[in-house]
Each structure stands twice: as C-alpha cells, then as structure tokens.
Design a binder for this molecule. Sequence first.
Ligand code: FAD
Length: 412
Amino acid sequence: MPAPIVVVGGGLAAARAVSTLQDEGHDGDVVVLTAERHCPYERPPLSKDYLRGEAGRASLYPLPEDWYGQHGVDLRPGTRAMGLDPAGHSLTLSDGSALAWSRLLLATGSVPRHLSVPGSDLRGVHYLRTIDDADHLAGVLLPAALEGGGQVAVVGDGWIGLEVAASARDLGLDVTLLGRGSHPLGAAVGPELGEAFARLHEQRGVRVHRRALVTAFTHSEGQVTGVDMADGTHVEAAVVVVGIGAVPEVGLAAAAGLDLRPAAQGGGVVVDGSLRTSHPDVFAAGDIASVPSPQYGRPLRHEHWAGADSTGAHAARAMLDAADPYDVLPYFFTDQYDLGMEAIGWIEGPGGYDDVVVSGSLDDREAVAFWRRGGAVQMAMALNTWDRMPDAEELIRSRREVPREELEAFRG
Ligand code: FAD
C-alpha cells in the first residue's frame, strides 16, 4: 500500500487541493492535517459578513464538513505537523506520532504580524486571522452595536484594516483608522486609489489618521482604553484591532531545509511552475508559495483568496503529474460598505508604474483604474464594475502599449 498524499493546512488551498485530487480521479489515501479545530475554511468573510453576524459558520467552508468522510479523506483537525523529514518522507505530528507520505503539499498560510509596543497584550486588543479570532471580535463588536455604540480603533490601513473598519461602521460603531503612510493601502495600489479608499471611509464617518505611528496602548485594569501615537495624539478606544499585515508560515519548510525566498523578494517557499519545492515530492500552495510568473518574469507571492484557490488546485494536479506550468495572473477582491472591488495583475510597489489611467469616476466609485508601465497595463482594478476582468486580463497579457484614450473609454 503506497503512503498517502498528505496535505498540511486548513485553509482554501488545502480544501481546493483535496477536492481536485478527487476530481482528477485519485483513488489513493489522502490525509489532511490542520492545526485549527475547524475543518478547512475560507477567511474573507471573517472581516465582512461573518464578523457582522450576517453569515453563518457553514458559509465559510469550501467543502461541507461531512465531505471529507464521505470521500474517504482522513481529515485531522487540531493536528499540527511539527517536523518534516523530506528525505525520509515523513512528518512528526503534535501528538508525537509519525506520518509517512508519498507526496506532500504544504499549505500552511500566513500568521498576523504582531505589533510590539507597550500594552499590545491588553484585553481588548485583537488580531484577525482565524474563526476563533473573528468569534472573539464579533463577541465584543455585536454587543457594543446593540448597546448603541462604542469606540473602535483599527491599527493598520491595509485591506483587512479597511474591511474591519467598514464592518464596524456598518454596525454603527465609532471608528478611527490609523495608518502609517500618507494614504491607505500603501504600495499595494499607490496614492491615487489609496486616497479613493480614504475618501470612501471618511464619507462613511471613519476618522482616517495618516502617518500615525502607534507607540503604546493605554489601559484601565488590563482593559485597553486607547492608543497613543508618536505625535502626541491619543485616540480613545474600548476595542483595538491590529491589522498590520501577515507573514508566511514557513517554519516547517525552513526547518526541513527547503529553499526559501528572501523577505526582500516577497518571502515564502520557493516553488517551480509545478508548485514543486526544492524537494521533488514536496509541493507548496497558497499564501506561502513564491511562484514564477511568466507574465511578470519574476516570482510572486500573494496573500489572496484566488491564489489559494488556483494554486491549491494546480498543486493537486502536479502531485498527480498532470499539470502545465502555472500561469494565472494575481486576482483579488474586497467588499466595503456598498463598494465591491476586484483587481487583476500586479505592480511592484512604489515606482512600479508610471501612471494610473481611470475610466469612469473614482469619486462616484464607478470606475476601472489601470496601472501602466511604459504604456503597458500592469494591473487593473474595477470599482462597482462587473464582468470586465477577462477584458482587463487580455490587455495585461497583450503587453502592448495601450493609449490613454483607449483605457479611458474602457467602461463604455
Ligand atoms: P490559510 O487560509 O492561512 O490557512 C492555513 C492553515 O494552515 C491554517 O488553518 C493554519 O492553522 C494551518 N497550519 C499552519 N501550519 C500548520 C502546521 N504545521 N500543521 C497543520 N496546520 C497548519 N483575500 C482576498 O483575495 N480577498 C479578501 O477579501 C480577503 N479577505 C481576507 C480577510 C481576512 C480576515 C483574512 C485573514 C484574509 C483575507 N484574505 C482575502 C486573504 C485570504 O484569506 C488568504 O490569502 C487565504 O486564506 C490563504 O489561504 P491558504 O490556504 O494559503 O492559508
């Protein structure tokens, strides 16, 4: 009996990998190890409808809880892989046992970056990554909303910070957003669209602080009461949510001696176009995978739902020796208030583009924005504009110089 294919991880990449193994007709044993007590789940709702109490637990599961048993997949929640021996084709598990594998997929995702200032361990200071985090946070936001208000400070103005701020405002809470840069979202989109998101939040009543350097959290008897900043400003808050980014969970891969990408190049586990790591029988997918991009001519690592979905599926096919080189453009989305956004492509932070051309109106938030470099479109973002991603992808893939007038007319 050959050893099973083992998947380490409990997010979307893991779920998509096991469903793809089934779809591809794999009839050997499959084991899924996930450190959390839950079956594999998707995280986007944790800062949106699930956090606001509008969606139930079952909506988080890409595969129903009973799917694993029904398909003969040995799902082991609450089981962490503690050690990996690639040469010996074995894992050491948190219960002390060993598990042999024939092929292994690492889909260990990310963990929140922690803010290290005085008071960061106080009661009332939250991070948001897991179902348990979301339940904990909802457990304070929802009662505060029912009681008619409460002061929330969100530290970090990236996607998760903005989404939490929007959810807290939707619940009727008093929200202050604290970001370190001159505009939200930093280098991920640049100032043009960063300011559009700042305006959205300000119009909804969020106080948006720019260049806010948090120095400490204040408290009363261990419960947070506010945030101190370097410029002497103090923001009162009964609830603080810290969303200052995430780091890929590469500990297992690193200890096993698999090749890692330097942090300056995006970090993560080095994989080839088959999502194979530096060991031929070990694959990586989702947030941890640093994947060569034929379009951009360099490896990319993304922390997006769609990347977990497509790399999870691709790695499963590759483990069955049935995959072409991975060539999917980065895609991501967000929902804030009545704004739905989706984006495709990639820009290399500050200086990674020459200009931004807008079709439609950013003020009305009905627009498609294009980031160009040398006249060629690198990334496109659609605000409350649907079904145009295939056209945007075609423009990006063409690599041609696209005149400003053509882009301005894109929405028709
Ligand atoms: P994860 O979802 O992080 O799952 C990894 C799992 O592996 C975890 O359960 C972890 O406990 C487990 N694990 C780690 N190490 C081990 C081990 N040694 N043994 C066993 N198990 C282990 N993306 C978007 O595109 N749009 C959005 O709107 C959006 N919203 C988001 C909102 C929130 C609150 C968060 C946190 C993320 C959001 N994302 C969004 C990002 C998206 O959810 C991630 O990119 C995606 O979850 C990555 O999936 P993954 O399977 O790689 O890893």
